[in-house]
Design a protein around this ligand. Structure first.
Ligand SMILES: Cc1cc2nc3c(=O)[nH]c(=O)nc-3n(C[C@H](O)[C@H](O)[C@H](O)COP(=O)(O)OP(=O)(O)OC[C@H]3O[C@@H](n4cnc5c(N)ncnc54)[C@H](O)[C@@H]3O)c2cc1C
Length: 383
């Protein structure tokens, strides 16, 4: 197993429970890739088409099911989501569509929004608002720590740093997959599963299948994959408890009396100068002070550009690679929402019939195979 982010750690833990001997490799500490800085909002709020919405909705339920068995008090926050709209017509249409799909969503007025989230500074009384009670957020660091601990308690092995950094992938005699690490080890396996997030295309290339995992290029200037993540604090006791979206800001509580802030309209990429990032972080704190209570003493504690793994067609990529079928990949945006459910589907596929791998949802993986990109223009990401 390559990659100990939220997805790889989830798959590894599911497979270990199913009785598979798992070695989990990561070049960094578990959970220190994209998963560490994710907004980590568990939702299917604006995901289409319908099957992908259903996959994400199943993701919400899968975390609710897993939490009681994995010390959910440490990482699972089913607090619901309040949204204040810039475009009331769009929000009303989205709520109507979601409700018709059986997704808990309803329009509320400004007074009810304040009742649900008393930390909100009084919004415009004419504002359109909505309430999504089933949505949640996760604290990914304690979650991944528990998934990894669960893996090792089932007999799994975790290798990190140079011992975990994969430098070559091939097959040996009898076509058995082999993984080479920066520490010089050669690990033979029955299956190699790659959950390396935004680095997955590089690992596909190492396996001799370049271009089979088309992600939006994330290191080019102006790429939509990077986003500024800002954590501010301390937040006083009257601070927010729910996931909140306003036209200017996305925010949620974080551990350690912090708030996590993002604003999709803030233009950053991996080339944005440090001084500009600091200025923008201050701007987000300022927006937050105009949105919620509890930030009188707050300052910027962390500001960094984080990169989404964005499949070229925005849908998950899960399955064996054309040209290197011995390598099974799983990479997706919304990986926090999806990890508990996707990992269950992947374990059911790779360890069929084993206890604990039965899928409870009808949403399968057929639509998400890497083979859908073969011979299509999607090899050149469209944004
Ligand atoms: C700003 C931002 C906000 C987001 N908000 C949300 C949200 O609200 N809800 C949601 O569901 N999703 C959200 N996402 C997306 C979500 O965070 C990701 O889809 C998810 O974290 C991906 O998890 P992962 O395990 O696939 O990848 P990662 O967490 O990146 O893990 C991949 C791991 O692979 C390892 N690796 C890479 N190369 C090698 C190698 N050669 N050898 C060994 N190890 C290697 C890395 O070290 C890393 O630990 C957001 C993302 C960003 C950037």
């Amino acid at each position: 197993m390559i990659g100990a982010g939220v997805l790889g750690a989830s798959v590894a833990a599911r497979l270990a429970v199913a009785g598979t001997q798992v070695t989990l490799l990561d070049q960094d500490r578990p959970g220190h890739g994209t998963s560490r800085w994710s907004f980590a909002w568990v939702n299917s709020n604006d995901k289409g088409p319908r099957p992908y919405h259903d996959l994400n909705h199943a993701g919400i339920r899968a975390w609710a099911e897993l939490a009681p068995d994995l010390d959910g008090a440490a990482w699972y926050r089913p607090v619901g989501h309040v949204e204040l709209a810039a475009d009331g017509a769009e929000l009303a249409a989205r709520v109507e569509r979601l409700a018709s799909w059986g997704y808990p969503a309803r329009l509320i007025d400004a007074a009810e929004a304040e009742g649900l989230e008393p930390a909100l500074l009084p919004p415009d009384q004419q504002a359109t608002a909505a309430w999504f009670p089933e949505e949640a957020y996760l604290l990914t660091e304690p979650l991944i720590a528990r998934l990894v601990a669960h893996l090792t308690s089932q007999g799994g092995t975790v290798l990190t740093g140079e011992r975990g950094r994969v430098t070559a992938l091939d097959t040996g005699p009898g076509h058995a997959p082999r993984v080479r690490t920066a520490a010089g080890a050669v690990i033979e396996a029955d299956e190699v599963i790659c959950c390396a997030g935004r680095w997955t295309p590089a690992l596909a290339a190492l396996a001799g299948a370049p271009g089979t995992v088309p992600l939006v290029a994330w290191d080019t200037p102006g790429s939509p994959a990077p986003e500024l993540v800002v954590r501010v604090g301390p937040v006083t006791r009257d601070g927010p408890v729910r996931v909140i979206h306003t036209p200017q800001l996305a925010l949620r509580p974080h551990s350690g009396e912090l708030l996590h802030l993002e604003a999709p309209d803030v233009p950053v990429d991996l080339h944005t100068p440090e001084a500009e990032l600091r200025r923008l972080a201050g701007e987000l704190l300022n927006r937050a002070r105009h949105t919620v209570r509890g930030l009188d003493q707050a300052r910027v504690v962390a500001a960094r550009v984080c990169v989404r793994p964005l499949p070229a067609d925005e849908q998950s990529i899960v399955g064996r690679l054309p040209g290197a079928e011995w390598l099974y990949v799983a990479v997706t945006h919304s990986g926090v929402t999806l990890a508990a459910h996707l990992s269950r589907l992947i374990a059911a596929e790779l360890a069929p019939g084993a206890p604990g791998t039965q899928s409870t949802s009808g949403a399968g993986l057929a639509a998400y195979r890497p083979a859908r990109f073969a011979g299509t223009a999607a090899h050149s990401p469209r944004r």
